[in-house]
Design a protein around this ligand. Sequence first.
Ligand code: GDP
Length: 427
Amino acid sequence: MVNAIVGANWGDEGKGKITDMMAREADIIVRFQGGANAGHTIVNDYGKFALHTLPSGVFYDHTTSIIGNGVALNIPVLFEEVQSIVDRGVPKPKILVSDRAQIVMSYHILFDQYEEERLGGKSFGSTKSGIAPFYSDKYAKIGFQVSELFDEEALKEKTERICETKNILLEHLYHKPLLKPEDLQKELKEYREMVEPYVRDTSAYLWEAIKAGKNILLEGQLGSLKDPDHGIYPMVTSSSTLAAYGAIGAGVPPYEIKKIITVCKAYSSAVGAGAFVSEIFGEEADELRRRGGDGGEYGATTGRPRRMGWFDVVASKYGCRIQGTTDVAFTVLDVLGYLDEIPVCTGYEIDGEVTTEFPATVKLEKAKPVLEVLPGWKCDIRGIRKYEELPDNCRKYIEFVEEKIGFPITMISNGPGRDDIIYRNGK
Ligand code: GDP
């Protein structure tokens, strides 16, 4: 059976925590898109970890972690990450890397930096991890697949060809040092040595695992609103963040994905630029940011303060729909316990009309939030394990959101730890 864990919002919904928790029952966890640009923060018996490339199931010794073909694979980052968890006492994870995954090259990272520099104030707020240049090259068919690392002759010819085109941009557009084919060949050789023991036809491996009845989790990065097709283009990421892409980025049949667990945050946060209708500012935002997540809402990769906002029904309803949600995991609800009243954005006013349908970017830029205010519960709900034991106003908040988004909230996360979860029976 294959289940997907994906984000409903702008990312940072707590997918890592839900994956780590569900991985207890899983055999295989697959990353199917994205790269080392976003991070998952996980708190478990070994401590607190920020993962960027490894799937969030690496903390168990019964799981196999797969880097799927859809991932932007930064090989040194992957191996540093493995080393850093092993150094902290986690058993050495079993990792398989798809032979069809493509490699983030050092020049992708440089091009990402140069482009942000060139754009200045008009930049996309990239994490400068090379993701956009990487995926551009993948689709321009000049990327390096892991499988290619093993053909030195072909690499020689390809590195020369790549230097020719890249150097035109480096010289004339960016005015930066040029690339040398020998350096790229050396880089690729180092990567080959690092990755060789783990390389596998992972879609064939997953096919056999499905036939053997294994429990497989697909772990998404970022969320619906960062999807290049369905998100807030162009302020999106460069690979699809949707569960449907899980089938492609892992190489499994789409009909095998049985559950789509969409992680949805009890308030909003976003990193990078782009429309964010329910955004709040000033002291109100600072307080939510300080209290948010586990130790504040700051990017796991960049440490950047996240933009904060109230729960956005319009964006989340859309975010859940576009994922094909079967279950909503509603997270970080405990954070809201300090508020007397909790505003929720229930509609967008665009050109004088109120809508609950999430529009494409041009209209989205004009949207103003329509807020409804719900009473707060004014207490700490961490440690509660039964839905009925949550304060009345807290249950009302959950049920209000559930009714508005139109998808069942079957799990409620009330703390960062593995056991901070409330299952709603019969949902
Ligand atoms: P991801 O990218 O979706 O995995 O999300 P991040 O890891 O970037 O952000 C989620 C943050 O919230 C992390 O610091 C988690 O430890 C924390 N977190 C997850 N679930 C909960 C929760 O229910 N309550 C609290 N307080 N923190 C949570």
